[in-house]
Design a protein around this ligand. Structure first.
Ligand SMILES: CC(C)(COP(=O)(O)OP(=O)(O)OC[C@H]1O[C@@H](n2cnc3c(N)ncnc32)[C@H](O)[C@@H]1OP(=O)(O)O)[C@@H](O)C(=O)NCCC(=O)NCCS
Length: 162
């Protein structure tokens, strides 16, 4: 597990959290949060180790920490299949009891800012049912494409970062 440079962003709204790239210990909590919010509802098995793709050096991981616990997470992958300077949002999840407090928005915003510094011009999200309003709030627009994920139709949404 790569440890990225530490950059802190303190956000206050109803909750005070730290936004940062995770270290290895925090990444264990990322896997647990992903499992509870994204995988368990789809009856997937519990992954306790990062996947090989999680460890790719060009993948961007960002988390929100509250009281040293990971409460929101996202991953942004370069997506060369769709062109140079295109990134794909993956594994976006917020701790259920802390949803709708602006935390996911700060996590994705910070991940996008890292992607922009790496040349991202377009960011794609395949939105799970229920997540479309979140991505709309973040400036993503439906483009009419549909992707299948774990048997679920997910509308594609795109944000231009320039
Ligand atoms: C989607 C998700 C990551 C959003 O995280 P979050 O921390 O709750 O998001 P935020 O509080 O930052 O939301 C920012 C804005 O997005 C919109 N939004 C977020 N969730 C919404 C919902 N369920 N319904 C309508 N609008 C929503 C709102 O405009 C919100 O601002 P507001 O609360 O001031 O109205 C979270 O709901 C989640 O983990 N869902 C389950 C997993 C999932 O679907 N992940 C996406 C995979 S594609």
């Amino acid at each position: 597990m790569s440890v990225y440079c530490y950059t802190y962003y303190i956000m206050t709204r109803e909750e005070k959290v730290i936004i940062k790239t995770p270290n290895g210990k925090e990444f264990v909590q990322v896997l647990d949060l992903r499992w509870r919010v994204l995988d368990e509802p789809l009856s997937c098995s519990h992954q306790t180790l990062p996947s090989k793709s999680d460890e790719k050096p060009d993948v961007i991981h960002v988390v929100a920490l509250k009281n040293n616990k990971v409460v929101s997470t996202v991953r942004l992958d370069p997506h060369p299949e769709r062109g140079d300077n295109v990134f794909l949002v993956r594994k976006m999840a917020t701790e259920p009891r802390l949803m709708r407090k602006g935390i996911g928005a700060k996590v994705l915003d910070y991940a996008e800012s890292i992607a922009r510094k790496r040349g991202a011009k377009n960011i794609i999200a395949h939105a799970f049912k229920g997540a479309v309003p979140f991505y709309e709030h973040m400036g993503y627009k439906l483009n009419g494409r549909i992707e299948m994920h774990d048997g679920e139709e997910t509308p594609e949404m795109v944000k231009s970062t320039f």
